[in-house]
Design a protein around this ligand. Structure first.
Ligand code: CA2
Length: 146
């Protein structure tokens, strides 16, 4: 069965609880239940996780890539700082769709650069939490019938 791992980085556990003007009112649990419903319909095995630790995110990316799972990744602020996460994507061969809830290009300059984008299969930025669903659909469309 096709596997998709949805990996979330630091502070995304706060979604829905702070800064709703930037990130909206939905929680990470809301996103997980929407995606789980889509995965069930599509016959995809979905796992969903969040960590505040860079090394844990590296390990999760490696596990996904080495297991042949696709990844929907919102690496949070590590997007803008982490060579280790980029190396994990490249090194494990994980197919990654990079997602950001907010339009990082309309925000502070330090959010304009991503270490992940160059090694991602695609990037979805600024569509709010719908970005996760768009990424899921994009992965299905990349390998129809898989
Ligand atoms: O827009 C995104 O999805 C981000 O990846 C979110 C990160 C930010 O550092 C990136 O530049 C863009 C921040 C995640 C923190 O989320 C919060 C949610 C609610 C309240 C506080 C933080």
């Amino acid at each position: 069965m096709r596997q998709i791992h949805v990996l979330n980085g630091p502070n995304l556990n706060l979604l829905g609880r702070r800064e709703p003007s930037i990130y909206g009112a939905a929680t990470l649990a809301d996103i997980e239940s929407e995606l789980s419903a889509l995965a069930k319909k599509a016959g995809v095995a979905l796992t969903f996780s969040q960590t505040n630790l860079e090394g844990e995110l590296v390990a999760q990316i490696q596990n996904a890539g080495l297991a042949g799972a696709d990844v929907i990744l919102n690496a949070g602020a590590y997007t803008h700082t982490s060579v280790a996460i980029r190396d994990a994507i490249k090194g494990s061969g994980a197919r990654v769709i990079e997602v950001h809830i907010s339009n990082v290009h309309a925000r502070e300059e330090f959010r304009h650069h991503s270490y992940i984008s160059a090694v991602a299969a695609g990037i979805i930025v600024g569509f709010g939490i719908a970005g996760y669903k768009l990424a899921f659909q994009a992965l299905l469309d990349l390998n129809p019938g898989a």
